[in-house]
Design a protein around this ligand. Structure first.
Ligand SMILES: [Fe+2]
Ligand SMILES: [Fe+2]
Length: 271
């Protein structure tokens, strides 16, 4: 279990004058997705039926994700006292749901599921690292730093489990790469976009997935630096079974940094 709690955060350091309204919007949306982590625990326990050891670890993991949501929600309420987290969460879960009642992974195999989970933790660890670096407000910087450390540890949990499942399931690099790419392409899927909508856009405005997705990504992309991208690429390559810190990573990092910078500029202009 994580070494921190909501109570151990030094809330007295909160400084309203240093709050960045752009980050507030991201924090509100992220709080909803994280707090919904308990749903994924049920899904993982169904997918890994019979693996009591991993199910126990998945339950701890789920509690940590919920704590991420609680910490972010508490901070968002300090930054914006009008923020009604429970109402936003109810909006989110009434419009977006995860199919929990499954007997097998939607990724085709347990290894595929674990690779997808590695991609999610890669995404969240880089997101919170970027947020921690971007926040001048000290409490948010602290929370994002703590969460990022958890997300790196979550990656390790799924990666270590993946290694043991690959011995049984024999999925080659191509199959692993396909599982990784399909999950990365879902980055702009409904979950983040709908969370942004439920926490930032009035209910009277109809949901526009592309607009909400662009609003979310456009606010975090400017904070991704080459160091964050390089580490993310190493995590992706490792999960796929390729050398994490080689020339391929350098090429991918250069390309991804150009893409992220271009998209950040493009989305800022559109906004
Ligand atoms: Fe999380
Ligand atoms: Fe996580």
């Amino acid at each position: 279990m994580t070494a921190w709690s909501i109570e151990s955060i030094n809330w007295s350091r909160f400084d309203k004058n240093l709050v960045d309204p752009v980050l507030v919007r991201l924090v509100k949306a992220a709080a909803l997705v994280e707090y919904n982590g308990a749903t994924y625990t049920d899904y993982l326990c169904n997918v890994f039926a019979g693996d009591a050891d991993f199910q126990a670890k998945a339950k701890v993991w789920g509690r940590e994700e919920v704590q991420h949501g609680q910490a972010l929600a508490e901070w968002a309420k300090l930054a914006d006292p009008d923020f009604d987290f429970q109402h936003a969460f109810d909006r989110f879960t009434s419009g977006y749901s995860v199919p929990v009642d499954v007997e097998a992974s939607v990724r085709g195999s347990r290894s595929g599921e674990l690779i997808a989970r590695c991609m999610v933790e890669t995404g969240t660890s880089s997101f919170y690292t970027a947020m921690s670096k971007a926040s001048k407000e000290p409490v948010l910087a602290e929370i994002a730093h703590l969460i990022a450390a958890d997300e790196f540890r979550h990656y390790k949990l799924f990666y270590d489990t993946l290694k043991s499942y690959l011995l049984k399931e024999q999925i080659g690099r191509l199959g692993r790469a396909k599982a990784a790419v399909s999950r990365i392409r879902e980055l702009a899927d409904d979950e983040l976009a709908y969370a942004y909508y439920a926490s930032n856009v009035p209910e009277s405005v109809p949901y526009d997935r592309t607009a909400c997705s662009n609003a979310y990504l456009g606010r975090i992309y400017p904070h991704y630096d080459p160091e964050i991208i390089r580490r993310s690429n190493a995590m992706i390559l490792k999960a796929v079974g390729l050398t994490p810190h080689g020339r391929l990573n350098s090429m991918l990092t250069a390309g991804a940094y150009r893409f992220v910078s271009y998209r950040a500029h493009q989305l800022a202009e559109a906004a």
